[in-house]
Write a protein that binds this ligand. Sequence first.
Ligand code: GLN
Length: 484
Amino acid sequence: MSIQFKTINELSHMLKNKDISNKELIEETFSLIDTNTHLNAFVTLNKDASLLKAEELDKNPSSLALAGIPVAQKDLFCTKDLRTTCGSNMLSSFIPPYSATVIENLENAGCISVGKTNMDEFAMGSSNETSFYGNVQNPWGDKLVPGGSSGGSAAVVAAGIVPAASGTDTGGSIRQPASLCGISGLKPTYGRISRWGMIAFASSLDQAGPMARTAEDCALLLNEMCSHDHKDTTSLDEAIPDFTKDLNLPIKGLKIGLVKEFDLSKLDNEVVKVFEESKKQYESLGAEFIDISLPNISLSVPTYYVVAPAECSSNLSRFDGVKFGKRCDDPKDLEELYIKTRSEGFGDEVKRRILIGSYVLSAGFYDAYYKKAQQVRRLIKNDFDSAFKQIDVIMSPTTRGGAFEEGSKGDDPIQMYLEDLFTIPANLAGLPALSIPNGIVDNKPIGLQLIGNFLEESKLLQVAHNFQISTDWHKKTPNGDVKS
Ligand code: GLN
């Protein structure tokens, strides 16, 4: 029986029933990796250690929640003794001496980290075209981008190589690639998952999360990924529910907000049609739609592009040729060591962000840009707070359209930045949000975004799961429909 396109639940059953051994599952995973090298989705593989762990599980079966499940890890999470590049030349030889808390949590739940997935350099990008390790291809079509920055993670799940992958989302990097690759992906509430051992891009926005075929699998992963971690001062000390518990509760009477300021008339007709169909589906499940206003939401993208570069310029100052990763050859003095290492180690998009960030933080401009952006961010958060007094979740498209061609937005960073028009607001407000597949236009998947109130991941997953048990969009793959 093929393992391709199977969900976590299905693979767990196969392992329990002994339809497949742990070793066979990992061997088959690596043969799928070999037949899909054209996707360029992995930067580093972890084959020997994965096989060892599988053999160990065959000898000593485990009842852990994710026992034996192959998971691909975004190459932004530090993995002990396994190269971690963050998509950058700067870290091309970096082998961390420890693992990120979220990696430890997943591995302690029994999963097998089969490799590190390609990504936009330091998670800056929306198309996976900024990686030092080359573009990732979307399994839905030659030359189509998978989205970014967690494009490698999205591609390996969409190609059915693994049932699950980790991602991170600073402005949309889980949801946008999930949408473009036709899978499910969740960005939890800021602080739900420890950031310790995640290579920082913009610390007040970065959040790790699960990427999988279904909302149900995202819930299974989230159960294991969350923990309160004293090593991350922003980690939330909140009860962690069983995120699978409410999945099957009906959503009759649920109030879904539609944001007046999201002007869908500018989107492709077919994309709007897909969105309207999903509304009808939710109506048939008993949900009610309410128009809401988030008056400051149109300021989200400009606010993000002040706050995120500012934080990135500060976070990336640690890559100086002294402490981590790359060091240039033969510098004549310390200043040249810094300049040459950083000029050679960083790509163009990262340099652009560092320049913008240093500018908005500089003495003469701090008040006008950074401080102002932080004030606007608060207004955006307040808008969400008042909206959630009348509704349960907010619904919108995840992106303005399906996957685009490689190179098609390369010359225009603003067009690329607008890819995250619908996703960025949830990061600025720290709210949980997910994307699930809800249609196909021109043979390319389209995604539906649901944004929830603070710490209400369970409700979001329930709303998404209700959609998935009554529709088949999550069963569409580039190779045809999955049967079940
Ligand atoms: N595409 C956005 C950016 O380039 C978001 C990236 C992310 O979420 N990591 O900054």
